[in-house]
Design a protein around this ligand. Structure first.
Ligand SMILES: [Ca+2]
Ligand SMILES: [Ca+2]
Length: 471
């Protein structure tokens, strides 16, 4: 590690250990310990889809408003969604039972309505960050690493665009050369922190909040996470530049798509962000000139995959993009989680330094593979090292830090997919999923109860298989 690395590291130390997800039950209990969490699923809007793909007419909106008023809630039409349906906003965040009841009542209003679903808030799937520097065991170590050096001899992900649909990024010196211009899809000005809604600047403005500011975490206050920068660094930090770390796909390009502000991100913004990332049209937003072949979603919520989200996943896959999602950190079956539980998503569980399922990781039949997410219970160095910012609220200088979570696992797999597609650009999303699973190193069932799919992803085996595979 060089000197500038160490200097940056001192700044990262400012970020105290914290549970970086809004926790419903239990937060950091003692140094290094972070409990598994069940994420709350508040919503401040509804997605209403008509069966003919038509737009909501004012009459229907007025009737929906009447129903909402009955509950003392005001409702207004927000916009048309990129993948069918309209978003209506509620005047505040509501708990799941209430929003579900409201949705069900509105669905019965008119025979033209296909479905009404809560516009659920999704949150980053990382658990914590910490101190001290060691090495990127996650890339190279025999037990828990993913065999990257051997893969790099075949492919470094050249020219493959990977969208990081997340909190945005900071212009970290170890990332800049691989960054494409992205887009900010956070439509709510209050949580966006940049003074406006959607705009062409995907910079992370900081996700910090004070106690009581977020429904998902009424009691806690949190420093900014810089989650998107950490995720982007795992995939595409610049290699061989004598600074920081190396990304797992160091020649890939990172497309930052900002969907998470303070308190998480709305499903409706995430859907539009995904569609745009894949090169599909989104009203009011210029077309993306660099369509992504891989879309990384290190976020989610404990809600089964909604019809609206499933439709978006299907659309971007048809456009040729592979969707990779974090399985979540609640130690439950991934089928209960969105988007990792959606059909056609590469669903990624987290493994620890020994190559076993991490204690917090979700599991189940829907998992495609596991990848390093780390376990910082004993030492920070067993987490995943990547890029960060040193600001506790507003952005400050470049930094690095360890974090853990399925948020960190998913970008390893997104990077491996980039290596595969760089070597063989004709692979379909279905084929990529098959090859990832088939080339992984099985994890014995006692080390992943409930199922880790094909096992620990093996970058070299996956790229080798991709090189000779039919589309
Ligand atoms: Ca903005
Ligand atoms: Ca570097």
């Amino acid at each position: 590690m060089n000197r500038s690395f160490r200097r940056n590291w001192a700044m990262a130390g400012l970020l105290a250990l914290c549970a970086t997800l809004p926790l419903q039950s239990g937060a950091a209990t003692r140094s290094g310990k972070v409990s598994k969490e069940i994420m709350p699923t508040f919503s401040a809007g509804l997605i209403i889809k008509l069966s003919n793909d038509g737009s909501l007419d004012p009459d229907l909106v007025a009737k929906a408003r009447q129903i909402a008023n009955k509950y003392g809630i005001s409702l207004s039409h927000l916009r048309k969604l990129a993948r069918g349906g309209d978003v209506v906003a509620l005047d505040r965040e509501l708990p799941p039972e209430l929003v579900r009841r409201l949705a069900d009542e509105i669905a019965k209003l008119d025979a033209r309505i296909d479905y009404v679903e809560p516009d659920v808030v999704m949150v980053p799937m990382s658990l914590s960050n910490d101190k001290h520097v060691s090495a990127q065991w996650n890339l190279t170590e025999f037990a828990g690493g993913i065999n990257l050096p051997e893969a790099w001899a075949m492919s470094k992900g050249k020219d493959v665009v990977v969208a990081v649909v997340d909190s945005g990024v900071r212009p970290h010196i170890d990332l800049m050369a691989n960054l494409l211009p992205g887009y900010d899809f956070v439509s709510n000005r209050a949580t966006a922190r940049d003074g406006d809604g959607r705009d062409p600047f995907a910079w992370d403005e900081g996700s910090w909040y004070s106690a009581g500011q977020c429904h998902s975490d009424q009691l806690g206050a949190k420093d900014s996470l810089w989650h998107g920068t950490h995720v982007a660094g795992i995939i595409g930090a610049v290699s061989n530049n004598s600074t920081g770390i190396t990304g797992a796909a160091p020649k890939a390009k990172i497309l930052p798509v900002r969907v998470v502000g303070r308190c998480g991100g709305y499903t409706s913004d995430i859907i539009d962000g995904m569609m745009w990332a894949a090169g599909l049209p989104v009203a009011g937003v210029p077309k993306n000139p660099h369509p992504a072949k891989v879309i990384n979603l290190s976020l989610g919520s404990v809600t089964a995959c909604s019809k609206a989200f499933q439709a978006a996943v299907t659309a971007v896959r048809e456009a040729g993009a592979v969707v990779v999602a974090a399985a979540g950190n609640s130690d439950i079956d991934v089928a209960r989680v969105s988007p990792a539980g959606c059909q056609g998503v590469v669903s990624v569980a987290a493994s620890d330094r020994e190559g076993k399922k991490a204690y917090y990781s979700n599991y189940g039949r829907r998992i495609t593979v596991a990848a390093p997410g780390g376990d910082m219970q004993d030492v920070a160095e067993n987490g995943i090292l990547s890029l960060l910012n040193s600001g506790t609220k507003r952005p400050a200088g470049d930094a690095m830090a360890y974090m853990q979570g399925t948020s960190m696992a998913a970008p390893h797999v997104s990077a491996v997919v980039a290596l595969m597609l760089s070597r063989n650009p004709n692979l379909s999303p279905d084929r990529v999923q098959q090859l990832l699973k088939g080339s992984a190193r099985p994890i014995p069932s006692q080390d992943c109860q409930g199922g880790c799919g094909g096992g620990l992803v093996d970058a070299a085996a996956a790229v080798a298989a991709a090189a000779v595979a039919a589309p």
